[in-house]
Ligand binder design. Structure first.
Ligand SMILES: Nc1ncnc2c1ncn2[C@@H]1O[C@H](COP(=O)(O)OP(=O)(O)OP(=O)(O)O)[C@@H](O)[C@H]1O
Length: 279
């Protein structure tokens, strides 16, 4: 599939910082792909996605989004392709009601009223929040707020959705509901490209490919299975091990049969059931 994002030798230093926040970062993302960016605090993940959305003016390297090279002149064109969801659900609301909030971007784009109402309705039902259309956003739970933020983006129909730690302030249930929306979107016909920055390894494991950042450098990339099976890499980059990897290790230490390679939570559950039933 064609690349929707191409980043080449991207290098950025915040003013007065000694170290580079991004150090010659290069990678591509195929249209419709789901990638997750992982790495310890301060490794450059947020700076990278801010650069792709034209929020910081880098001096070295290039970023091409949907065939357009990012520049001060093209930044608005590039942003039309990208919808960003940020960490704090409370900082993202502008409307008095959920429906007003979802309509905000469409209003700015001067979408006709009837079409706007249809798109708001469709986006809210996509995130399972249609029953909350007339509610005040401030009264919603964290997970519901992030789903409304996602609806605002879905209504604009961008080709790329970026989640910058969008689930990190949510409880496990809220996180699950947001991830379920993303999974549902991907199953629908026109799957958007998803880039998620996350510290949650179970969430990262849902991506097709992980980019691992360390001190401003993209040090490696690969499938979740490859990355999470690489103990030396996890240790060197300060990444936590996924729960299933820890469990496999604990089983092996007790001389019990343990699965080889990384398993998702569901795969581990199946493996445990199968092993248990044959014991
Ligand atoms: N506004 C800023 N001014 C100066 N330095 C900054 C600024 N924002 C980030 N940095 C520095 O740039 C580097 C990369 O930060 P960035 O926020 O991109 O990392 P991150 O991987 O997203 O971290 P986290 O997981 O904590 O969000 C860090 O050294 C950070 O201290």
């Amino acid at each position: 599939m064609a690349d929707i994002i191409k980043v080449e030798q991207l290098t950025y230093r915040y003013s007065q910082a000694d170290q580079l926040a991004l150090d010659h970062v290069s990678f591509s993302v195929a249209a419709g792909e789901w990638i997750a960016i992982v790495g310890h605090n301060g490794s450059g993940k947020s700076t990278l996605v801010r650069a792709i959305d034209g929020l910081i003016g880098y001096e070295e390297g290039s970023i091409t989004v949907a065939g357009t090279e990012l520049s001060p002149e093209s930044v608005w064109l590039v942003r039309e392709h990208i919808g960003m969801v940020f960490q704090n659900p409370d900082n993202q609301f502008v409307g008095a009601t959920v429906a007003d909030d979802v309509a905000f971007g469409l209003e700015n784009a001067s979408v006709p009223r009837t079409e706007m109402q249809e798109r708001v309705k469709a986006a809210l039902s996509e995130v399972d929040m249609l029953d909350f259309a007339d509610r005040e956003p401030s009264r919603l739970s964290g997970g519901q707020k992030q789903r409304v933020a996602l609806a605002g983006i879905i209504a604009m129909n961008p080709s790329i959705i970026v989640l910058d730690e969008a689930t990190s302030m949510l409880d496990p249930h809220g996180r699950q509901t947001v991830l379920a929306v993303l999974t549902k979107l991907r199953k629908a016909g026109q799957a958007p490209t998803i880039i998620s920055i996350t510290h949650d390894l179970a969430e990262a494991a849902q991506a097709q490919r992980l980019l691992v950042m360390n001190d401003g450098k993209l040090i490696t990339q690969g499938t979740p299975t490859t990355i999470f099976s690489n103990d030396a890499l996890l240790q060197a980059t300060g990444l936590d091990e996924p729960f299933t990897t820890k469990l496999s290790r604990a089983l092996a230490q007790r001389q019990l049969a343990s699965p080889t390679g990384y398993l998702t939570d569901d795969e581990m559950e199946d493996w445990l059931w199968q092993s248990h039933s044959t014991m």
